[in-house]
Ligand binder design. Structure first.
Ligand code: 9MR
Length: 356
């Protein structure tokens, strides 16, 4: 069945958080309106489709883009060799189409959420590249014209800026990056192609390494459109965070490090965690953190958009992974706006002053 038919069928079947088609008539104080006024391309959220009506309403009101939180990852789409499963991912494609939203498609080549058959298959270089090509070809072709952006390679770096050991790097070497980008562009030359990683916000060795990845890919004569800064940050010292998110100058310098190589930059997975429970004081510090993250994007001309990693604290990945930490998003567990929402909005609005 052709993808547009699949999408139409799924759209008719209805998605559990269906929102009416968006128009540009959102309230003046929405995140989307503010980003649009500032001349940026998108404001997004990570999306897991679930039975929560408020999520559909908030997406319609506030966002024009989303990142499928898990459904397009390798373990979800190719659990065994050349056996592709698209039921879940297709629901997201249909949701985007129905609600006129961009999709930041996530992701093609990553060491994590990668099935054992790939990571422990013992493949030689040539075979692994052909496996990569088959996967990229199948996903990128299926979601051609659906994906506005693709995270082509995710998290290839260690925090000290060296390459992470993975089946990709250990078998193919650093060439796995340009090869992945070349293949993504081969099967969809319109989607914007991104390298995506965390802890790039500190303007340190890892940020320089991301800049070098941009240069490496270009040195192969291959297209890369941008770098995604995940921005999984914290508002205070926590057991898993060395301290609060960097100051605004550092954030801006980190964005410039790659943007100045002639690519777009985006914040792809923003959340700002704290030691829980939250207090009024901590929420105020978190709001100021969200404000400077947004302001840093808006101060950099090539920062074309931002995505927060979820809507409500009720479903954030953080408490399940970092015990005793959380409250990281901008809506609370009951879908009330937190001070962080207002901080984020103010940061976006500051962009008008910084524009250029
Ligand atoms: O939010 C995602 C969570 O639901 C998954 O369990 C987890 C598995 O690794 O992945 C989370 O999203 C990650 C994203 O895909 C890549 N960057 C880090 C994100 C948070 O772990």
């Amino acid at each position: 069945m052709h993808l547009s038919n699949i999408i139409a069928t799924l759209a008719l079947a209805g998605s559990v958080i269906a929102a009416p088609a968006r128009k540009d008539d959102c309230k003046d104080d929405s995140l989307y309106k503010a980003m649009k006024k500032a001349g940026r391309s998108f404001i997004g959220t990570a999306l897991t489709i679930r039975n929560e009506t408020r999520e559909g309403e908030i997406i319609k009101q506030e966002f024009n883009s989303f990142t499928p939180e898990n459904s397009m990852k390798w373990e979800s789409t190719e659990p065994s060799r050349n056996n592709f499963t698209f039921e879940d991912a297709d629901r997201y494609a249909a949701y985007a189409k129905k609600n006129n939203l961009q999709i930041h498609c996530h992701n093609l080549v990553w060491h994590s959420q990668l099935p054992e058959w790939v990571s422990n298959g013992g493949f030689d270089n040539k075979t692994l590249i052909s496996i990569m090509e088959n996967h990229i070809k199948t996903l990128v072709t299926r979601y051609k014209s659906v994906c506005t952006r693709w995270d082509v390679v995710n998290e290839a770096l260690n925090d000290n800026g060296t390459y992470r050991s993975s089946v990709w790097y250990d078998t193919i070497g650093e060439a796995f990056l340009p090869i992945a980008f070349r293949l993504a562009n081969k099967y969809d030359n319109k989607a914007k192609l991104f390298y995506n990683d965390y802890n790039l916000e500190y303007n340190d060795n890892k940020t320089v390494a991301a800049k070098n990845i941009v240069k490496l890919i270009k040195s192969y004569g291959v297209k890369i459109n941008g770098v995604g800064y995940q921005a999984h940050l914290a508002s205070e010292v926590t057991p898993t965070a060395p301290g609060p998110a960097p100051d605004q100058k550092t954030l801006e310098a980190a964005l410039h490090a790659t943007a100045d190589e002639g690519v777009d930059v985006v914040y792809t997975e923003i959340d700002v965690r704290m030691n829980t429970p939250a207090t009024a004081e901590k929420l105020a510090v978190q709001a100021a953190t969200y404000e400077r993250i947004a302001a840093s994007c808006l101060a950099v001309k090539r920062c074309i958009g931002m995505t927060v990693w979820g809507i409500s604290d009720k479903y954030s990945w953080i408490p399940g992974v970092f015990t005793g930490e959380g409250a990281a998003l901008i809506w609370d567990e009951n879908y009330n706006k937190k001070p962080a929402y207002n901080g984020f909005l103010e940061g976006i609005n500051s962009g008008k002053k910084h524009w250029g």
